[in-house]
Design a protein around this ligand. Sequence first.
Ligand SMILES: O=c1ccn([C@@H]2O[C@H](COP(=O)(O)OP(=O)(O)O[C@H]3O[C@@H](CO)[C@H](O)[C@H]3O)[C@@H](O)[C@H]2O)c(=O)[nH]1
Ligand SMILES: [Mn+2]
Length: 357
Amino acid sequence: MVEPANTVGIPVNHIPLLKDELDIVIPTIRNLDFLEMWRPFLQPYHLIIVQDGDPSKTIAVPEGFDYELYNRNDINRILGPKASCISFKDSACRCFGYMVSKKKYIFTIDDDCFVAKDPSGKAVNALEQHIKNLLCPSTPFFFNTLYDPYREGADFVRGYPFSLREGVSTAVSHGLWLNIPDYDAPTQLVKPKERNTRYVDAVMTIPKGTLFPMCGMNLAFDRELIGPAMYFGLMGDGQPIGRYDDMWAGWCIKVICDHLGLGVKTGLPYIYHSKASNPFVNLKKEYKGIFWQEDIIPFFQSAKLTKEAVTVQQCYMELSKLVKEKLSPIDPYFDKLADAMVTWIEAWDELNPPTKA
Ligand SMILES: O=c1ccn([C@@H]2O[C@H](COP(=O)(O)OP(=O)(O)O[C@H]3O[C@@H](CO)[C@H](O)[C@H]3O)[C@@H](O)[C@H]2O)c(=O)[nH]1
Ligand SMILES: [Mn+2]
């Protein structure tokens, strides 16, 4: 049985790494009491709260947190017609927070994710671990069997090419979850009582050429390296699919990171995921995705970007063209999604004009 950590009495972090270079993005439909538990680790940082659902509802934020909050009216006001690319009534709306941020790094977390305990019983400062992951190089070109070679007490093993030991910049840090694992609806239905109690003390680079199922509930990334590709797609209200927001983004960013020679890591940190969403509701959202992904995955596995694509935006626009060409025959949804990918980049560039050299 795993339990969340008790953070009462832990002093607020007085040396918050990257304090002025990192935003925390939270998609929410409820009051953010969960932040009370995170206060020691997160209070020094700026929050971007993306309020989904009814914009007239007031979201209560605990005292002492510095935040900006955007509801649907704000998204429509800021993006105008381009707001059509931001999902409504789905956690995918969180990507609006990535777009409006002006910081180099993003940490995004769900409001039912709490502080986990490591095997020694110590409260896990998930943000600190994500920052370590992002500031350390990745090794996508050759797998180190002793996992993260840059970690205290580890190194590259015998036979690891010295020409590759410098590693590459890390774009994404994908954290995991104790208690409620991020299972799809069929698995949730078959194993309703299964809880993840296994804390694996490892961080790994996902090898080049390998896709992975990116979960958005405990995720950090370098916004300057990969931000424009972190679009969470068209999900939720009015869409034929849900709960594939983070998966879609994960497949896109991995193809682009592989193309640009950037790293993606998974493993530590863990959070404690407290609430299982309704498996029947999830099944309704997911079922087309479960069917379509048997074609989507081979598409991403074979997606080739040209050597002319040297920026994330250029890569993403090429990917959008490939989606339109190769996935639209599956369902007209992908035609709409391909267009929304273009709208997202246009909106991103509008809000984040390239700085004058
Ligand atoms: O309509 C909505 C519903 C929820 N949210 C906010 O999004 C996150 C996640 O919500 P929740 O914890 O209820 O759902 P999960 O199934 O556990 O979510 C995970 O599964 C994937 C869904 O795509 C994703 O990887 C995780 O988010 C909470 O903060 C809700 O408040 C919302 O904004 N809009
Ligand atoms: Mn959840």
